[in-house]
Design a protein. Sequence first.
Length: 301
Amino acid sequence: MTVHPTHSTARSVSRRRRVALYAASLLCCSAILTALPGGASAAPAADSPAPGPGTMAVAFEDQFDGPAGAGVDGGKWQIETGDNVNNHERQYYTPGNDNAALDGQGNLVITARKENPGNYQCWYGACEYTSSRLNTSGKFAAAYGHVEARIKIPRGQGIWPAFWMLGDDFGNVGWPASGEIDIMENVGFEPGTVHGTLHGPGYSGSGGIGAAYTLPNGQAFADDFHTFSVDWAPDSITWSVDGNVFQRRTPADLGGNQWVFNKPFFLILNLAVGGYWPGDPDGSTQFPQQMVIDYVRVTTS
């Protein structure tokens, strides 16, 4: 994966995807951060009571309560803007609440549309699609704990939702040294399967280390909400879907490469359209498509 200059003074943030179908041609993926200040820690407020032994404390939570059409809480999230040339995604991530807004029923809705009302320019010319990407860089980062989100993903060829994390030291060490934890990714041609992946130095891009989870009986993830989570401890990360563990990774899985996951990471939610891994939308893809997030929560012991 390659980090490249953006269209403005904003710092770019790399974003990978495990590309099974296009491994030979994948260079990397990256998208634009509107800012990348130093991250906040997960330490509780000074007046917060300390959790007892064996209990879990909520370090970060957003239940997306608020009036319909409102934007996300700016104290918790920042909105990224721009396109993604290195992964050949087709969308432009718009500012504000144009493509990411509360629905008034306790959900955040990220919407991908086949439109370009702002005359946005992408790597391939006039952008064909808009969507949104949010992160907590500079607002929240944590090391270890239980990280989860309850999400109803969209569907369709070329649709690519994700819930993931980047090392909070990205601005200093770059990618992949910063590390990346993909909690959930789905590509539209696999409606019943999600992927969880680690990326780091020596195991990035198509060489990421991960596994897939498939729903039974031909079910599709877009049909209902599901809970995607990792349980993260020193030298260990375990992935679950709806409480069902489907993989655990430790330094022993890295073939001698460096484990870069014993430090704070920040959170990312996004809905991409097109790219090397999912392929582009086709005549069967319907728009708009929506990624509906009920909540995001991080608890630490």
